[in-house]
Design a protein around this ligand. Structure first.
Ligand SMILES: Cc1ncc(COP(=O)(O)O)c(C=O)c1O
Length: 496
């Protein structure tokens, strides 16, 4: 098998040879350089080829089997597992609202005398919801439209709302017309619809690494091959992207150019433009998941890919969940005309149309300019929390923890020193009543990493400093104990 010619094992490394081999083969399987159900070389053949003992191959194969990357058939040999659905069942679909703890064997229902400090969730808190104003527009719609407010609407969405959205987008330098706007029941549905419209079994899609959990779940459910491109503090790694574009032909790349989830990083305008150039050159679509650009960054308004898209390569998804009310299930997309039919059909199959009542009410909310008032209040609340957490991080985070502070938004991304497990840190924190989001949630294969995310969406301003101070103490303890045996330790009485 040719792909095995490129495997290099370093006999001088402190890392066991079988672990090096495990990593190499795993990478080949994840990148689909070895296709599902391909027979792997025999132990003796590979041992000779790599000039190692048979036991190195046996141990690597055993670990690959234990982790679900290969399977053995008695009498026939060892084969590559079809990993495209690996982990879908365990996928945490709603890490943003309620942090499922399935992967960590923690009893989420355990009753704690004090409440958990929640740095994990990115769901906004109900005290920011504009209930009274929304009640007014709902009543107005009911008085005005009566029973029509509850009829089916066309799948593309309520025309007046689509027109109002075109006006709203002018503030973001996006010029489009109502024919290109599609109303959807949340950005999550948008990702799902686009995947149904564009992906067939085994097609390649590119994602940033790390990326949004809900998107990973969708792409896996469509049996797509997911290829990850690293994200840096100024946006996606374009060199790696172009390198992979020479080997793969992705249907699209899924991106979050503003306040990326989970890292909080923003693309520079130069990177945005270069990404669009690459989309033209290699002929793929870019999905821009713009879930936060209504929030100001510290010094300047943010650009979007869509506002720079002269090639009609950007599929723009805009959610109102993080800055308005997630339970409304309201978002929209701007799509190129070339995929109109496929998208309309996928939306119709999914839920026929988004709620007529909610679309009509939101249309009035925009028309009456109540939106502007609301978004100003949201910006004030989040920028207060942003400033508080920045100060607290600088004051309380142990110096071994590395981070790049984002320009705004809700998410903050941290790295433990190498060799430490963020899953283990998560367990220790949870035991001590602090919720953080470990990097494995944002990894395509849910691999444990040394990274974790904190969010300020679900925490009050006055809880932030004491929360980060406690977290700093937990991390100091964790590092001092080499990140071991943490699950059983309740530090509450000793440290806080
Ligand atoms: C990046 C990103 N995209 C999409 C969504 C889903 O948004 P919606 O509530 O509009 O479906 C989320 C929710 O957390 C998210 O973080």
């Amino acid at each position: 098998m040719e792909v095995f010619n490129d495997i290099r094992l370093d006999k001088n490394s402190t890392k066991h040879l079988y672990l090096q081999l495990f990593d190499e083969i795993k990478k080949l399987i994840e990148l689909y350089n070895i296709k599902p159900h391909t027979k792997l070389p025999t132990i003796r053949y590979l041992a000779d080829k790599l000039n190692v003992n048979n036991s190195t191959i046996v141990n690597a194969y055993n670990k690959l089997e234990a982790e679900g990357f290969i399977y053995k058939k008695i009498g026939s040999g060892t084969f590559v597992q079809d990993i495209r659905n690996k982990g879908v069942k365990k996928q945490i679909l709603d890490e943003e609202t309620s942090m499922s703890m399935d992967n960590f064997n923690i009893d989420v229902n355990a009753s704690y005398s004090e409440k958990i400090i929640n740095f994990a969730s990115t769901a906004p808190m109900p005290d920011l919801f504009p209930i009274d104003d929304f009640k007014l527009v709902l009543n107005e719609v009911l008085d005005r439209d009566k029973g029509r407010a509850f009829t089916y609407l066309e799948s593309q969405g309520y025309l007046d709302l689509r027109k109002a959205i075109c006006n709203y987008l002018l503030d973001f330098n996006i010029k489009t017309c109502e024919d290109n706007v599609h109303i959807i029941s949340g950005a999550q549905q948008g990702i799902d619809i686009l995947s149904k419209a564009l992906i067939e079994y085994g097609n390649v899609v590119f994602t940033e690494n790390p990326t949004y959990t809900g998107a990973i779940a969708v792409f896996k459910s469509r049996s797509a091959r997911i290829v990850e491109i690293p994200i840096n503090k100024d946006g996606i790694d374009l060199i790696d992207l172009e390198y992979k574009l020479r080997s793969f032909k992705p249907k699209f790349i899924y991106t979050m150019p503003n306040f990326q989830n989970p890292t909080g990083y923003c693309y520079t305008t130069t990177k945005m433009k270069k990404l669009i150039e690459l989309a033209e050159k290699y002929n793929f679509y870019i999905i821009e998941d713009d879930y936060l650009s209504d929030l100001h960054s510290i010094d300047k308004p943010r650009n979007t890919l869509k506002s720079l898209d002269t090639a009609d390569k950007v599929i723009y998804i805009k959610s109102f969940s993080k800055v308005f009310m997630p339970g409304l299930r309201l978002a929209f997309m701007i799509i190129p005309k070339t995929i109109y039919n496929e998208v309309i059909s996928a939306k119709h199959i999914s839920d026929i149309s988004t709620s007529s009542l909610i679309q009509r009410a939101f249309h009035l909310y925009l028309e009456k300019k109540i939106w502007q008032k609301h978004i100003e209040q949201v910006n004030i609340a989040y920028s207060e929390r942003y400033k508080t957490i920045i100060k607290s991080i600088k004051k309380h985070m142990p110096k071994q923890i590395k981070y790049i502070l984002p320009e705004g938004g809700l998410n903050f991304w941290f790295s433990l020193p190498s060799g430490y497990s963020a899953n283990e840190l998560y367990k220790l924190c949870y035991k001590n009543k602090i919720a953080i989001a470990p990097g494995s949630l944002f990894d395509v294969w849910q691999r444990d990493t040394r990274h974790f995310r904190l969010s300020i969406a679900s925490i009050h301003n006055d809880e932030i400093d004491s929360g980060i101070s406690k977290l700093g103490k937990i991390i100091t303890y964790f590092l001092k104990n080499n990140g071991k045996d943490s699950i059983s330790v309740n530090l509450y009485n000793n440290l806080f």
